[in-house]
Design a binder for this molecule. Sequence first.
Ligand SMILES: [Mg+2]
Length: 376
Amino acid sequence: MNGASWEDRTGRRSRVRGSLLGGAIGDALGNPVEFLSLAGIRRAHGEHGVQGLLPDDEGVVGRVTDDTQMTLFTAEGLIRAHSRAASKGGGTEDGGAGTRIVRNAYLRWLDTQNHPAPPARGGDNPVRTGWLRQQPWLYARRAPGNACLTGLATGHVPEPTGRLGDPGPVNTGSKGCGTVMRSAPFGLVAQDAEEGFRLAYWCAQITHGHPTGAYAAGAFAAIVAYLLEGDSTEGAVLRAMELLRRHPGHEETTAALRAAVDLAAQGAPTGEKVETLGAGWVAEEALAIAVYCALVLPGADQVARSLLLSVNHSGDSDSTGAVCGNLLGARHGDVRLPPSWLVATEGRAVITEVADDLCVEFEHAVGWPADRYPAY
Ligand SMILES: [Mg+2]
């Protein structure tokens, strides 16, 4: 990427920022209605449902949830894994170091869920240190997924080798959308879509063992990678489906994506149409809803409508909003994100900084101050 033109690099940075910030906006839009039915949303917010950022239970507007928190830690883990590999002269893969270091990042996220505030600096364990975990606003429980919490307690580090499609040992039957909602960064940094697909797949199995949870995360990362290459939304989705169907046990995820593509061809969107794809509590449904909303309103001037469509349904509105926002930002860049929502979304400065650090690391492997991104 060092040889890329100024325009290419500028466009790529805008898309990386757009993906992380767009995800946060979608997460914040969906947060206040996560547990409401479509009818309940309409009763509370009018016939068109949510039309902008709303206050949460505590009256605060623009708060993000575990989806954005975990996505930031995925990005942080990837920066640290790449930095470590670069210092050893290698690529992203360092044996199992990629999955191990991403898991370490999720352990830091877990600390944010179990403690009221960041620790005092200067601890001995580098896994427990770093700049991101010093951000006080991340120390907030916003309905984190149970499999994410319990899976991290098991100590299992997936080996990124071997055949895809077998159940993993951690939460073997779980395919909650916690795999998908945190996985955009794998697509943002991948050399190619297949690399992003595979790393997202194996890192999903840190917490969720059902192959569909891992395949949905992998397909999502692949779509993001294709969008960064400049594909249209439809092109990116169809190419990711091609990649997906080469692997055993892909059918459930493929069927969900196929349903989203077919539905997008059936005229104007409605909340009722969104609900035919499911509720988004499980990984392939969350991905399908987000993909549908991005596909059916594909224009750069339709980003706000697409985000609103992705949260106005009975189901996991913050996760479907987050995943849809990741896609829209990767497609259209940060400059197309609705500005009034962008400036009111929690954590904007840190999210932007992480996006830029991700680009800097993968473009230049600069070598970070030891207390910012320790290589563990
Ligand atoms: Mg959430």
